[in-house]
Design a protein around this ligand. Structure first.
Ligand code: ZN
Length: 443
């Protein structure tokens, strides 16, 4: 049965309700493998063979291990994934109260499946910006790590057509209930507005006054823990498998990789679910900035060394694949429909919604073959448009050949997704082979 890796993944997901927490969890894993932290604002001093990492705004991270040879002679093996997930972002200041109920206004982050957030105990987590001495702003993470809210459905007696499909309006039907005080008066009064329920709850959680909170990025998340299930624990049921599975696989392979002649890079980005065009997303300068600094500190002077290093590099964009669903077989091209526990899928698309080209696919497939890891293919049914990943964006920014790969999963973008427990082992082994082989394997 799948053991240690699946258990570690469940712990990683449960400790990472938001991108900020995912970066914290990732930093803990990198610290445990002896990596040294770097600050973008400070000067760096680097040693060959040692692992380092740098975080940007607490929500994205690049880790790297220098090779024995200069980057311009050996290039980088770069594996990337995204730490964010679709969900319900709370509107901090807005309370909605009626007849003893308090609700929190929300807006969608990315493209969640709305109905999956209903009738499920929800927790709350995120990052808070606080008033600090000297007029500065202090950032603090908060994680309630317990059920605090629920979004109840309407009783079926009010809508007998409910099982034919319901549209849930974000501003009406998807407001999480956070208190039910019966006949108690509402906490807010129009004449003298009190702090919102959310401001009071977050302040209490952090042990401070509500007026210390200047702003926040808070998200409602599934409160139930991640589990393995099935006769042989072969299925993984968890929130945010897209794409914390990818992040954990990249980190696990990076942490256990030995130093080679080439550089090894693990990049975790926020904001993929909203297009990546942010200061901490894949469509930012972050990864290129880090690689340029590494090359400038360890290679020949002048701009040529970076160009040579990138031209020798190879990248894997690791993100979930749509697994074949037995109830909706007609949605798939059956020849390109990966199944759970059948191994990582290489994703490709004629219009480059995935970055994979023939050479990239061939290299990844042969790495899997050499490790005895099963490998599948995903192509969207030809009359449907697939999603996308960080792959096309980062490969365009860096000019580095990239292959898009991911473990198959069901119910992608649901509050809770299902994947194959064995596939996590498969992906870690494939990425370990990717890091060990180095970019010269592309030829
Ligand atoms: Zn994804």
């Amino acid at each position: 049965m799948p053991a240690q890796n699946a258990r570690s993944l469940c712990e990683y997901i449960d400790a990472s309700p938001t991108p900020f927490h995912a970066i914290d969890s990732s930093i803990a894993a990198l610290d445990a493998c002896g990596a040294s932290r770097l600050d973008e604002r400070e000067a760096w001093s680097l040693e060959p063979g040692k692992p380092y990492y740098v975080a940007r705004d607490g929500a994205s991270l690049v880790a790297f291990r220098l090779g024995r040879a200069a980057p311009s002679e050996s290039g980088f093996s770069i594996a990337g994934a995204h730490v964010d997930a679709p969900g319900l972002r709370a509107r901090m200041e807005k309370s909605v109260a009626a007849r003893g109920f308090s609700r929190v206004a929300v807006e969608a982050y990315g493209g969640p499946i709305h109905s999956t957030w209903l009738d499920r105990p929800l927790s709350l987590a995120g990052r808070v910006a606080l008033r600090a001495p000297g007029g500065t702003v202090e950032r603090r993470l908060v994680n309630f790590a317990r059920p605090v809210a629920v979004i109840p459905n309407l009783a079926i007696h009010f809508n007998r057509e409910m099982n034919k499909g319901v549209e849930y309006a974000m501003n009406v039907s998807l407001l999480p209930i956070v208190a039910a005080a019966g006949s108690q008066p509402s906490a807010t009064s129009p004449a003298a507005p009190a702090p919102s329920w959310l401001a009071r709850a977050v302040a209490a959680e952090l042990g401070m006054e509500p007026d210390s909170i200047l702003s926040a990025e808070l998200t409602f998340v599934d409160a139930a823990p991640s589990i393995t299930m099935g006769a042989d624990s072969e299925m993984l049921s968890a929130p945010r498998i897209d794409n914390l599975e990818g992040c954990h696989a990249v980190l696990s392979a990076f942490a256990s990789a030995g130093a080679g002649s080439h550089g090894q890079v693990a990049a975790l980005f926020d904001n993929e679910e909203v297009g990546s065009a942010t200061a901490r997303g894949a469509d930012s300068s972050f990864l290129r900035d880090v690689l340029a600094r590494v090359v400038s500190l360890t290679d020949a002077p002048g701009p040529e060394a970076l160009h040579r290093a990138l031209a020798r590099s190879f990248s894997a964009s690791v993100d979930g694949a749509q697994g074949w669903h037995p109830s909706y077989a007609d949605k798939f091209d059956e020849d390109f429909a990966p199944v759970l526990n059948g191994g990582p899928a290489v994703k490709a698309n004629a219009n480059v919604r995935y970055a994979t080209d023939a050479v990239g696919e061939a290299v990844f497939r042969s790495l899997c073959e050499s490790e005895g890891v099963p490998c599948q293919r995903f192509r969207m049914r030809a009359d449907l448009a697939p999603g996308t990943t960080i792959g096309p964006i980062s490969s365009a920014l860096l000019g580095v050949r990239t292959v898009d790969v991911g473990v198959p999963m069901l119910a992608m973008h649901s509050a809770r997704e299902t994947a194959g427990s064995y596939d996590h082992d498969h992906m870690i082994r494939a990425l370990s082979a990717f890091y060990a082989a180095g970019p010269s394997v592309v030829g």
